[in-house]
Design a protein around this ligand. Structure first.
Ligand code: GDP
Ligand code: IMO
Ligand code: MG
Length: 428
């Protein structure tokens, strides 16, 4: 199995970083394909916690090649700060490559993100205000500036000029705010260009050649299925395709080269920002889970809304991503609960829904169908073997498999790399 895609099945923060770091040991290449610094992936190794936003979660392994693919939007300031942070911790980042076709994020993207959210008022999306939407808007409207354009100074000047001029019209006339200075951005980004250039290649060739030569490639998803611009709870989504197909478009690798797809599922559910969340626990149980699990956003520090695991969502993610396995994370967080609820479907006006609703008004008004499970009331954080898990934990996992029709391939019982149980032999 030379290639594997890791995707989030819920609303992000499922523990993708932890699973990617765990599987990186068996990989030669670890590749990010979409999103940008809106992502926050936490990895814990030898009691040290690493928070990654743009760098792939394989970065801690010295001998692996980490790639930022064409589908990612790169804020060079965040990127260079992250590299510095890693180097300061003694982590070598010389094996990092970025795609010449990836788009660059500029200060006007961040401002426009903020202004749009402000203008939307009560209808805001609750973005991370990292400028992600406006940067992808420029990409799609063919106004964007790619890494390739940034490192070609003549091209860069031309493209930046047009962009600053048009953005300033928007900023001044629509949002009533102060214009940006072309020269300030030019000077700042020229410095970045020099620093980014050594990392730059056409990564589609790099990855395809690696796969053709039998190397093992892991594609790391950011965000998640329900935040997908096409398949998520639109408009409360991000501006890219975090679903499995995004790994192909975002790196230049065809679907036939993907061998395995794993969906990461948090053992309960969380959501940051606005948007429907049918199993949300706006009560003391939700509060308890939040505090026990420290569910606060890595990028923005916002509270993560907490709720019961929603299998309507995971089942849907199974279809959309062609999931072969599930990686269940944070099961240990449920250790102390007397009773655990699992949503196995939705009802709307007393009718059972067969499909995940595209109609957001309907989604806001669905009634989750819950099954109740007895808690295991045992500390499972030291368990490393599936058979040793308490009976009630296995019952819970079995039911997840039954409802989603996808097998559990990995169970994570702690943030640390070693707190992982592998239950499938053909993962990667
Ligand atoms: P990502 O965005 O999907 O990579 O997830 P985040 O890193 O934003 O959030 C997941 C959080 O859960 C991080 O703080 C991880 O260190 C932590 N984590 C991951 N797996 C486990 C687990 O099995 N148990 C516990 N207790 N923490 C975990
Ligand atoms: P990781 O990779 C959780 C959410 C934001 C907001 C919506 C749009 O750590 O799982 P954006 O800034 O992308 O325009 O915001 O998407 N969001 C995430 N939520 N985890 C993430 O990434 C997220 N990236 C974006 O909170 O609701
Ligand atoms: Mg995260």
């Amino acid at each position: 199995m030379p290639s594997i895609v890791i995707v989030g099945t819920q609303w992000g923060d499922e523990g993708k970083g932890k699973i990617v770091d765990y599987l990186s040991e068996r990989s030669d290449f670890i590749v990010r394909s979409q999103g940008g610094s809106n992502a926050g992936h936490t990895i814990v190794v030898d009691n040290v916690s690493y928070k990654l936003r743009l760098l792939p979660s394989g970065i801690l392994y010295k001998d692996k090649i980490c790639v930022i693919g064409n589908g990612v939007v790169i804020n060079p300031k965040v990127f260079l700060e992250e590299i510095k942070g890693m180097n300061d911790k003694g982590i070598d980042t010389s094996n990092l490559r970025i795609s010449s076709r990836a788009h660059i994020l500029f200060p006007y993207h961040i401002l426009l993100d903020e202004y749009q959210e402000k203008m939307l008022g009560d209808n805001k999306i609750g973005t991370t205000k990292n400028g992600i939407g406006p940067c992808y808007m420029d990409k799609m409207s063919r106004m964007g500036i790619r890494v390739q354009d940034l490192i070609d100074d003549e091209m860069f000047q031309k493209k930046l000029k047009v962009n600053v001029e048009t953005k300033n019209v928007l900023i001044e006339r629509v949002y009533n705010e102060s214009p940006l200075d072309y020269n300030d951005i030019l000077n700042e980004y020229r410095e970045y260009a020099l620093k980014l250039k050594p990392y730059t290649v056409d990564t589609a060739y790099l990855i395809n050649d690696a796969l053709d030569n039998g190397k093992k490639v892991l594609f790391e998803g950011a965000q998640a299925t329900m935040l997908d611009i096409d398949h998520g709870t639109y408009p409360f989504v991000t501006s890219s395709n975090p679903t499995a197909a995004g790994a192909c478009t975002g790196t230049g690798v065809g679907p036939l080269k993907i061998d395995n797809i794993i969906g990461v599922v948090k053992a309960y559910a969380t959501r940051v920002g606005e948007g429907p969340f049918p199993t949300e626990l706006d009560n003391e149980i939700g509060e308890y889970i939040r505090e026990r699990a420290q569910e606060y956003g890595t990028v923005t520090g916002r509270i993560r809304r907490c709720g019961w695991l929603d299998l309507s969502v995971v089942k849907y993610a199974g279809y959309i991503n062609s999931l072969k396995y599930l990686a269940i994370t944070r099961l240990d967080i449920l250790d102390t609960l007397d009773t655990i609820k699992l949503c196995v479907g939705y009802k709307h006006n007393d009718a059972l829904l067969k499909e995940y609703p595209a109609n957001l008004e309907m989604l806001k008004n669905v009634t989750p169908i819950y099954e109740e499970f007895e808690g295991w009331k045992t500390d499972i954080s030291e368990i490393r073997n599936y058979d040793e898990l308490p009976k009630n934990a296995k019952v819970y996992l079995k039911r997840i498999e039954e409802v989603t029709n996808v097998s559990v391939g990995i169970v994570s019982v702690g943030a640390a790399r070693e707190a992982t149980i592998t239950c499938a032999t053909d993962l990667f």
